[in-house]
Write a protein that binds this ligand. Structure first.
Ligand SMILES: Nc1ncnc2c1ncn2[C@@H]1O[C@H](COP(=O)(O)OP(=O)(O)OP(=O)(O)O)[C@@H](O)[C@H]1O
Ligand SMILES: [Mg+2]
Length: 486
């Protein structure tokens, strides 16, 4: 990461860039090491070769000039230098006596002079073997003793130009650099071709993953390589195929399930309808038959009571008691019939029926509970099914509040918001107990059938009922009933 920042590279590099940079770097590194080593070896070799040539040259001069030095023949010495002291990069050559006086020189003006520089003086006092006594950037200086029967009679000295060696070395360095650049170029090209073949398959794979993300499962990845990436692509295709078949299976199951649910809903709607019909019939029978019979009985009892009163009979009191019993029975039968099938619901609609329910049922339960009702969106009557189910939910909801909550306030909200009728009953009672988020613990409704009945009724028209409650935080029952406009 730091190296990347240091090199000024972007934080995320593509495979192609990485491959190209990596190959270029490796080539640069290896070729630099190789060229450096090659130049060093060449330098050592060329210098060794130059020094051995120079020493040999100095020695040849020493041998060739020994007779002339012995004879003190300056002309002979000069001839030796003329023939052997030129060419081969020789800058100058000379013959000096043991004291350092120049006897012969390729540059004549130096003849007769003494060698005074430190290097030359120390060369003359050094070993009696030919050796390189001085080396500079530009030249190599060698000396060889002139010996006659082991006696030193002079020295041959030689300076050779080194620039040819330096030129050769810089030529080798330049060639090495050119090869380095060539290697980097070829490596980069190779890396580009390689990355192209890897990336091609990767690109197909990426497209496949994108398709999968967009839920397109019928387009397998094109497999264009047989390497590991190609195998990944094949494995991806296999996984895609098995995912597709699992999804198809799941879809079929979902369709089956939906069908079953729909059938169940139809059945339960029919059941709810049948129950309501039955209740209606019983209510009608109660009202028409029992109610009529009781009215007849009441009429008879009233006339018997009048008769007994006129004849001052002892039957008057029992007749009166019986008459008021029959009247009470009539009221009860009316209440039961109304409870079974509130006539208001059929004749006036949901809101008046609920108002009647609140007005009649709550005082009957003997509870001091204040109910606030809000209704909105009721512009016309809802379908009879919906009205009936809504009425039953409100009825059971209020019953539960009265029976279980101990609340003193209930807020009932009825909202028509097409396509749903929403019922919310909120009480400030003790609550059912539940989780922190208000959802009720599992098993809290196990004992009664009221809430289950509400849920079944709502489900019959594709709706739902939810209860949220907190211990001592009140309870909210919320029902959503979808309805079709009539
Ligand atoms: N408003 C409420 N406040 C507190 N507890 C409630 C409330 N509504 C329901 N409950 C709790 O939920 C349980 C289940 O209610 P449900 O209406 O299903 O049965 P029930 O009223 O006990 O019996 P049933 O309705 O069959 O006569 C109740 O027993 C009661 O403990
Ligand atoms: Mg109940």
């Amino acid at each position: 990461m730091r190296l990347r920042e240091h090199l000024g590279l972007p934080p995320s590099m593509g495979i192609r860039t990485k491959l190209v940079l990596g190959v270029a770097f490796v080539h640069l590194l290896l070729m630099s090491i190789f060229v450096f080593d090659l130049v060093q070896r060449q330098r050592d070799f060329l210098l060794a070769e130059l020094s051995s040539r120079t020493l040999h040259h100095a020695q040849v001069l020493a041998v060739a000039s020994s007779a002339w030095v012995l004879a003190d023949d300056l002309v002979g010495m000069e001839e030796v230098l003329e023939s052997g002291g030129r060419g081969g990069g020789v800058q100058y050559a000379m013959i000096v006596d043991p004291q350092g006086r120049v006897l012969a020189h390729t540059k004549r003006e130096n003849i007769g002079k003494f060698l005074l520089d430190r290097e030359s003086r120390s060369a003359l006092s050094g070993s009696r073997e030919p050796y390189v006594y001085y080396e500079s950037e530009k030249s190599l200086n060698a000396v060889a003793p002139i010996l006659v029967s082991g006696r030193l009679i002079g020295w041959s000295m030689l300076a050779v130009d080194k620039s040819a060696t330096s030129e050769h070395l810089s030529y080798v360095t330049r060639t090495g650099l050119a090869y380095t650049l060539m290697a980097i170029g070829i490596g980069t090209l190779f890396a580009l071709l390689l990355s192209r073949s890897i990336l091609r398959q990767l690109r197909f794979l990426l497209r496949g993953v994108d398709n999968l993300h967009s839920n397109i499962l019928d387009r397998p990845v094109q497999v264009v390589a047989q390497d590991e990436v190609g195998r990944v692509a094949s494995a991806f295709n296999r996984a895609l195929a098995s995912l597709r078949s699992s999804l198809e299976l799941l879809n079929r199951e979902v369709i089956e399930r939906k069908r079953a649910e729909e059938a169940l809903r139809r059945l339960s709607r029919r059941q709810v309808g049948a129950i309501e019909e039955e209740r209606k019939r019983i209510a009608r029978d109660l009202h028409d038959e029992l109610g009529q019979a009781l009215s007849g009985m009441q009429f008879c009892l009233k006339s018997m009571q009048g008769e007994a009163e006129r004849s001052n009979s002892a039957l008057e009191a029992p007749c009166q008691k019986l008459s008021s019993e029959v009247e009470r029975m009539g009221v009860s039968i009316h209440r039961i019939a109304n409870n079974l099938r509130p006539a208001t619901l059929d004749h006036l609609g949901l809101l008046p029926a609920i108002e009647a329910l609140i007005a009649e049922q709550l005082p009957a339960m003997g509870r001091n509970l204040s109910v606030k009702t809000d209704a909105s969106g009721f512009r016309r009557r809802l379908p009879p099914d919906t009205e009936m189910i809504a009425y039953r939910i409100v009825q059971e909801g209020l019953n539960n509040v009265i029976k279980h909550s101990g609340a003193s306030h209930v807020h009932l909200q009825l909202t028509v918001n097409h396509p749903n009728l929403i019922i919310a009953i909120h009480d400030d009672g003790m609550g059912i107990g539940g989780h922190g988020d208000g959802t009720v613990e599992e098993g809290a409704f196990e004992h009664g059938i009221g809430l289950i009945g509400m849920q079944e009724r709502a489900a019959a028209v594709g709706g739902k009922v939810e209860v949220k409650s907190r211990r001592r935080g009140g309870t909210t029952l919320r029902a959503e009933l979808p309805y079709a406009e009539i």
